[in-house]
Design a protein around this ligand. Structure first.
Ligand code: SME
Length: 163
């Protein structure tokens, strides 16, 4: 499989942000871009920090793919683990990840990378594949670069969501 050009992907993220850096259009277009650029994905999108509930949680954000879970508590599943620990997750086999949340039963491997605003976790980038071990260490590094570009250029106004 030919490797995606992650430098180009980061440059495209910057150019979207030049038009409008607001998280809603930017994350929407970045989920579309990732879905279009990487092969063998069944879901690519974002969960965003939500403090409206008693439990700190993530709320479904812009994405491409099948209908997905709406709320994920910090510490739960791959997304909640990445957000609570502020640690990117590379999961070659989701069925071996304790507490993995199966939104789409087709998913077999997953990458989740936290996003930040002013040093705090503001959400996560979540990418799923129907293939086992779809994501190489190069993909993981490239996707972390995409997430850091988003940290740098995104206007996260209005997040985390509050009552
Ligand atoms: N699998 C994720 C849930 C989100 S869906 O994959 C879109 C998890 O375990 O956090």
């Amino acid at each position: 499989m030919s490797q995606p050009d992650y430098q180009l992907l980061c440059a495209q993220v910057r150019s979207f942000a030049e038009e409008d850096a607001h998280w809603l259009p930017l994350l929407s277009n970045v989920s579309a871009l990732i879905m279009d650029t990487l092969t063998d994905l069944n879901w690519a999108g974002f969960y965003l920090a939500d403090t409206r509930m008693q439990e700190r949680s993530l709320l479904l954000g812009p994405f491409q793919g099948k209908v997905a879970c709406v709320h994920i508590a910090f510490g739960k599943g791959v997304c909640g683990t990445a957000a609570a620990a502020d640690e990117p997750q590379l999961v070659p086999n989701v069925h071996e990840f304790p507490g993995h949340i199966a939104c789409d039963s087709a998913s077999n491997s997953e990458v989740v990378i936290p996003l930040h605003a002013a040093g705090d976790v503001i959400g996560v980038l979540d990418i799923d594949s129907p293939l086992l071990a779809r994501f190489s260490t190069e993909d993981f590094a490239g996707l972390k670069a995409v997430a850091s570009t988003l940290d740098e250029v995104t206007d996260f106004s209005g997040l985390p969501l509050t009552k």
